[in-house]
Write a protein of this length. Structure first.
Length: 318
């Protein structure tokens, strides 16, 4: 186990939040329970004093954190699962995640995850938090993820995510015809009644999504979305908030709306599309070792390609 001490100053936009919530912002690769344990163990000092997890911060406090780089929890075992690796070197791995694959173990998904597969592919990832996974995709969202292969790369990638310099572009198909692109700048937090959902709320965390229209159809739009922040379910929540929910999104999409007079083929396609139509198609970042800009692309999976093809055929038949 290796250790390092990180010193940081609490920015104004995190004022009036609990200490453990602030630490989650600075160390998103660690679970809140792990961070709370560090506080209990005396690994965290605020202005030189041992704090409590529930202490509210006012801003400008100096926090010292002794990071314990512990191996991944023993319950996350290596499993021989297929991985679509589109790039790897000694510093990082870029994975093209398929629909249906959970990124890391959680309630209801104790194994069979991307994290299990990564530990089999490279056992040394057990020395990196969450096997090097620094950001995630929802189970039914496909596309690109970057994985750090060692602690130095891990820190670089986390720093880039916090600095909002990682380029993440998604493709999506939404309900409704957009007249133009735009930006959704609305904070996101846990839904007040359903803890499994997220929602736009005034006391949420800053969340910014930029979108533009690629193609319009009779009752749908194909769009590209660039994330400035990376909140849970961000695109799904933001698009639903502006009344353009993603096709197939059972959580945020509401009742299925079929375009008036659409073809039987499109009716069947929309009814059978049973996951959110969202794909992380482009990923750009500074390579942790060379500092050079790198970019990777991933084609949409066949179900989204077919959906767009059927939508286009329906529009041409109008």
């Amino acid at each position: 186990m290796s250790e390092e001490i990180v010193t940081l100053t609490v920015p104004d936009h995190l004022a009036r939040q609990r200490l453990d919530a602030v630490l989650v912002e600075f160390f998103p690769e660690y679970s809140r329970s792990r961070l709370q344990q560090w506080i209990k163990n005396g690994n965290v000092l605020v202005n030189g004093q041992p704090p409590r997890a529930k202490d509210k911060l006012m801003g400008d406090e100096v926090i010292q954190v002794q990071i314990d780089h512990e191996p991944v929890d023993d319950r996350c075992e290596a499993q021989d699962l297929p991985l679509d690796i589109i790039y790897e070197d000694e510093d990082l791995i870029v994975v093209n995640k398929p629909v249906g694959l959970v990124v890391h173990p959680a309630a209801g998904h104790k194994d069979g995850t991307l994290q299990n597969a990564l530990l089999y592919h490279d056992p040394s990832l057990a020395e990196v938090p969450r096997a090097g996974i620094v950001h995630r995709l929802d189970k039914d969202t496909s596309g690109l993820l970057v994985v750090a292969r060692h602690l130095k790369s891990h820190k670089s990638l986390v720093d880039q995510l916090q600095a909002r310099s990682v380029k993440r572009e998604y493709q999506a198909v939404v309900l409704g015809v957009m007249t133009a692109g735009g930006t959704v700048d609305e904070p996101i937090g846990r839904h007040p009644r359903d803890r499994k959902r997220m929602a736009v709320r005034e006391d949420g965390k800053e969340a910014i999504s930029h979108y533009r229209v690629v193609e319009r159809f009779r009752g749908n739009s194909w769009i590209r979305v660039n994330l400035e922040t990376g909140r849970t379910h961000q695109i799904r929540v933001h698009m639903s908030h502006i009344n353009f929910p993603l096709v197939g999104d059972a959580t945020y999409g509401g009742r299925l709306k079929l375009p008036r007079g659409c073809t039987e083929e499109l009716k069947a396609c929309l009814r059978e599309f049973n996951r959110q139509a969202l794909h992380a198609g482009r990923l750009g970042l500074l390579h942790p070792a060379t500092g050079k800009q790198r970019e990777w692309k991933s084609d949409m999976p066949d179900d989204m390609k077919n959906l767009i093809s059927v939508l286009r055929a329906d529009a041409e038949a109008e």
